[in-house]
Every structure is written in C-alpha cells, then in structure tokens.
Design a protein around this ligand. Structure first.
Ligand SMILES: [Zn+2]
Length: 277
C-alpha cells in the first residue's frame, strides 16, 4: 500500500538463490560489490528484471518467484547466475519468449509451475510440480498471495520448435499481494482492457509491470491508458527492445502519461538490476 520505490540498484552485483555473481562488465577489483544485497535490504521486496517479460521476485518472507523466465533472452544480463532456489514459476502464456527455461528451472529447483490448465498439461511436468489453473484462481506461496487474471492476447506452445504449436489455453496476468510489501501486477502480454479497472478495484496494485513494445502487445500509448485504469503509483515497463519489432520505449511511455496528466512514476531498471520496493 504505502509502497515507496526505495532504490534501483544498478546491476553491478546480483545474488540469486544465495549465489552471488558479478556481471561481465564489473571490474575484478569490485568483487566486494557482490556482498549480499538481499541482506542489505532485508524486509523489502526485491524485483529483478531479466529483460523482456522475465522477473525474479523475492519477498520479505523469503518467497522466490520467477515470472515468464526466458532467462536467455537477448537483453538478459550477461554472465548472471540463474536462480538456484525458486518456490514458484508463474507463466502468463505459452509463447517461447515467456515459457523460456521454465522446465529446466523447475527440474533444477523443484519449484511448482503455475499457468493455464492447457499450457501446464502441454509442458509435461512431474505431477507434484504442475499447477494448471485459470483466471480467477488464487494461490499462496509463503507470504505471497497471487491471483490469476485475464489478459488480451493469444497462447500456444510448441515443445519442439519444428512441430506445430498447440493451443495453450487463455493468456493470463498475475497480481501478487506481498505481506508487508507492495501489490505487484504482471500483465503478461496484453492489449489494454477495461477489466484493468476491476483489477484496480479488487486488488489495488501499487506497481504494474506492463509491456510497452507494441506489435504483439500494448505500446506506450496503450500502456499509459492501462496505468490510468490500474491507478498504480509506479510502472516498470517490459517487453520492449528485445527484437526490432518491439519499438516502444520508456521515454515514450513517460510522454504518453504526461498527456494524460498521470503522475505515475516510470521505473526503468537495467536488465539484471534489482529494484527494492
Ligand atoms: Zn506472447
């Protein structure tokens, strides 16, 4: 509720699952910078953007949740250590740039994987880790309660890129209510839709992670309308710049918000940077 964006720690150091890794660009002499940022901001929620729509979120109560973990995307931080421990993996839809390395991460960490019923069936995960669900569902992982909400997009999945993609259910967004932390909304891939007003009424998100690239999703003008409907105080843009087709920029979003006289703050982390909320 009273979310304040406390700091954006630009990506010299990252710690995932207890493994600290310096980015390729860090000078060797700065190895000390890898000292646990998790400890430094204990009690806060940490959001690490991996580029595109991929995020890893750590809650004050120790839940570690990955959303759309395409951690090998072209904008992902070079040389960063992937999470060693995850409690949950949330998938918005079946497209390759969102499912990403979900299966390998699930295998490595034992995390449960949440997504649409159809997509989860197609992934062929061990039964104990497969949580097929749909919009309207609510789940709890440690101190995080999350809700599956609608998205306006399509969804298909191909286990093998050479075979035709199969229907993967409806696309989803996620609202994460974090105890003693912010309420985050990850929109997945979507255009703007009136139901964002209902998300605002029901969950009162404070921070929205919104696609702004255009072509397959909202561009900056549509994302500004989404910010208006969601009544969020902060927006972290995503799904832009990964490919030449995704042309929306955070600056363009800022301009569109200005036109609407909307005062939401546009927070632009570098891939690999951890934002404390
Ligand atoms: Zn998509």
């Amino acid at each position: 509720m009273r979310t304040k964006l406390m700091a954006v720690v630009a990506g010299a150091a990252m710690a995932f699952g207890g493994t600290a890794a310096a980015q390729g660009t860090s000078a060797p002499g700065k190895a000390a910078a890898t000292k646990a940022p998790a400890a430094a901001s204990r009690g806060k929620t940490e959001v690490t953007w991996w580029g595109h729509a991929a995020f890893v979120i750590r809650s004050p109560g120790g839940a570690v949740i990955a959303i759309d973990p395409w951690l090998s995307n072209p904008k992902a931080p070079k040389g960063a250590a992937q999470p060693e421990a995850l409690d949950a993996i949330l998938l918005t839809h079946g497209h390759f740039d969102h499912v990403g390395e979900a299966k390998a991460l699930a295998e490595k960490t034992g995390a449960r994987v949440y997504g649409s019923f159809e997509l989860i069936n197609l992934l062929g995960l061990p039964e104990a880790q497969a949580v097929g669900a749909n919009a309207g569902g609510t789940f709890q992982v440690k101190d995080v309660t999350f809700h599956l909400v609608e998205a306006v997009h399509s969804s298909s999945y191909a286990a093998d890129p050479k075979s035709p993609a199969q229907y993967a259910g409806a696309p989803l967004g996620y609202v994460l209510e974090i105890d003693k932390g912010p309420t985050l909304y990850h929109a997945g891939d979507t255009g703007p839709f009136e139901g964002m007003s209902l998300i605002a009424t029901q969950f009162k998100p404070t921070v929205a992670l919104l696609p702004i690239g255009g072509h397959f999703t909202m561009g900056p003008a549509e994302a500004a309308q989404a910010v208006r409907l969601l009544k969020v105080k902060s927006v972290i843009p995503m799904h832009y710049g990964t490919f030449p087709l995704l042309q929306g920029t955070p600056d363009a979003l800022t301009g569109e918000l200005k036109k609407l006289r909307n005062t939401a703050k546009v927070v632009v982390p570098e891939p690999g940077a951890t934002t404390a909320l």
